[in-house]
Write a protein that binds this ligand. Structure first.
Ligand SMILES: Cc1cc2nc3c(=O)[nH]c(=O)nc-3n(C[C@H](O)[C@H](O)[C@H](O)COP(=O)(O)OP(=O)(O)OC[C@H]3O[C@@H](n4cnc5c(N)ncnc54)[C@H](O)[C@@H]3O)c2cc1C
Length: 464
């Protein structure tokens, strides 16, 4: 017998990850009676298996890299030891602490947390644990799931995804990482710094292929200088078990080669649409993800979708999921809110870091803009010189008429933090004039933002 609850919720959020949690909180702040459904751990992929654990690994990786700067500055670090078990223990403690924090915050906001899998059961109805809960609005926030792999050898135990690294007691000696996800670049650099032999192979022509040439070439050069092996335009042919390890055959346009490793890590994710009951409300999931407008509306009245469930992977960032969540919640509660897709920062926590926001010069031209472009290498910035930042650069793209900033592209130490200033500039529709007159603190790499703006205006001050 199907149980139908009497109490109507204003909003039901299906999925308690990076998007679902802020969505539920915002709807509750607006006075809504809110339920959040989550079958696993609160915080979703980002907190439990993505941003947080790999963020911690990148901190380790960057500390190890900074040792070489320390040496230049007269310090010595003899006998540096690396304890992977200690690192993953801290990761688990940190994630447990964060999960509890999320649970407490949800409860404090009066949100009902339901453990189970949610499924739409028709207009204004959600099925969870065999019970139908009526509601006025539904926010779908189920994120992504691992894609099934389809090549000979995919079923072998040595073929793993990134979750493997989070539970391993120690790291394998030889790893091949394959895929086009930018997160693989970070992970390859971490593994290399921690002492494993890591090969990064991608089907793309270059790593971070959608970004500007200056960004990708500088990052590639830095990685290669550090000793990370990169193979581009590769397709996975087979993986076979041999005495010496896992033999993986890769095809590229002009060669076919085999590498023997201990583990092959593949990062391929797809939208978690399965068993969501989309057919009960005629919601189209045939593209493999849900399409939404800037209000996060799906086209079916009262149903919103956010995060990795929507759009293509270039938008799969935690900050995009949470911005979408807040906007969806406001709209579900009767407000009129919209996201600003141009301000999603595409960020990578490698050393050097990468942070790109807005349009590249090519994208701006394709959109019909007449543009100005400026650049300031960090090697010409005083703080850049102090910290030997030879590879970094800031590039700015602006519209010629009013000088409105359309994009900022940054490679260098601290790019993820400085990008915040660029996001704000884009959000506030700042111009090159505005940015060129900002007295950024000295000495800091952020001064390069102003210099790049001045360069676009043809009046740089510190560049040769
Ligand atoms: C290795 C890696 C590292 C990353 N690092 C970063 C980073 O540093 N910065 C960044 O911005 N992004 C990062 N990302 C991307 C980021 O993790 C995602 O963009 C983000 O988690 C998407 O949020 P979401 O809410 O859409 O999905 P999720 O955070 O995955 O949450 C979805 C939730 O829905 C739940 N769920 C699934 N099905 C159901 C159901 N039927 N009913 C109820 N609940 C359900 C899941 O259990 C999950 O908890 C990384 C990704 C990877 C793969």
């Amino acid at each position: 017998m199907v149980i139908v609850e009497e109490t109507i919720r204003d909003v039901i959020v299906i999925g308690g990850g990076a998007g679902g949690v802020p969505a539920a909180i915002r709807a509750a702040q607006l006075g809504g009676k809110v339920a959040l459904i989550e079958p696993e751990n609160l915080g979703g992929f980002c907190m439990n298996k993505g941003c947080v654990p790999f963020g911690q690994m990148m901190v380790v990786s960057n500390i190890l890299e900074r040792l070489s700067l320390g040496k230049e500055l007269g310090l010595s670090f003899d006998g540096v030891s690396k304890d992977y078990a200690a690192l993953t223990k801290r990761q688990d403690d940190l994630i447990n602490f964060m999960r509890q924090g999320v649970g407490n915050t949800l409860k404090k906001n009066g949100i009902e947390i339901i453990e189970g899998k949610g499924r739409i059961a028709g207009k204004g109805k959600v099925d969870v644990n065999g019970k139908i809960i009526p509601c006025k609005g539904i926010i779908l926030a189920t994120g992504g799931t691992w894609a099934e792999l389809d090549f000979p050898g995919a079923e072998l135990e040595e073929v793993v995804n990134t979750d493997y690294l989070l539970s391993a007691k120690k790291l394998p000696k030889r790893l091949l990482l394959w895929g086009s996800s930018p997160w693989l670049v970070e992970i390859a650099q971490f593994l290399h710094r921690f002492g494993s032999q890591a090969i990064l192979a991608t089907p793309e022509k270059r790593i971070l292929s959608p970004e500007t040439k200056a960004v990708t070439t500088r990052l590639t050069k830095a990685l290669k200088d550090q000793g990370v092996e990169i193979k581009t335009q590769t397709e996975l042919e087979t993986a076979t078990k041999t005495k010496g390890g896992l033999k993986v055959t890769l095809n590229s346009p002009d060669s076919r080669e085999s590498v023997t490793v201990d583990r092959l890590i593949i990062l391929e994710r797809k939208a978690a649409l399965k068993d969501l009951g989309l057919e009960t409300i005629d919601l189209d999931g045939s593209r493999g993800y849900l399409t939404v407008n800037n209000k996060m509306e799906t086209g079916v009245g009262g149903v919103y979708a956010i995060g990795d469930l929507t759009g293509l992977p270039d938008r799969h960032y935690s900050h995009w999921a949470s911005e979408g969540g807040i906007v969806a919640a406001e709209n579900a509660m009767g407000k009129d809110a919209a996201v600003s897709p141009r301000t999603i920062t595409r960020v990578l926590f490698t050393q050097p870091q990468v942070a790109c926001v807005g349009l590249t010069p090519r994208e701006a031209k394709d959109e019909g803009y007449d543009i100005l472009v400026g650049a300031a290498p960090c090697s010409m910035n005083i703080y850049g010189m102090i910290i030997s930042e030879t590879n970094g650069i800031v590039e700015i793209v602006a519209e010629k008429g009013y000088g409105e900033i359309l994009g900022v592209h940054f490679v260098g130490t601290g790019a993820s933090e400085i990008a915040g200033q660029a996001v704000l500039a884009l959000r506030m529709e700042a111009t090159l004039e505005d940015l060129s007159n900002v007295p950024f603190p000295h000495p800091s790499l952020s001064e390069s933002l102003a210099e790049a703006a001045r360069d676009a205006l043809g009046r740089h001050i510190y560049l040769p």
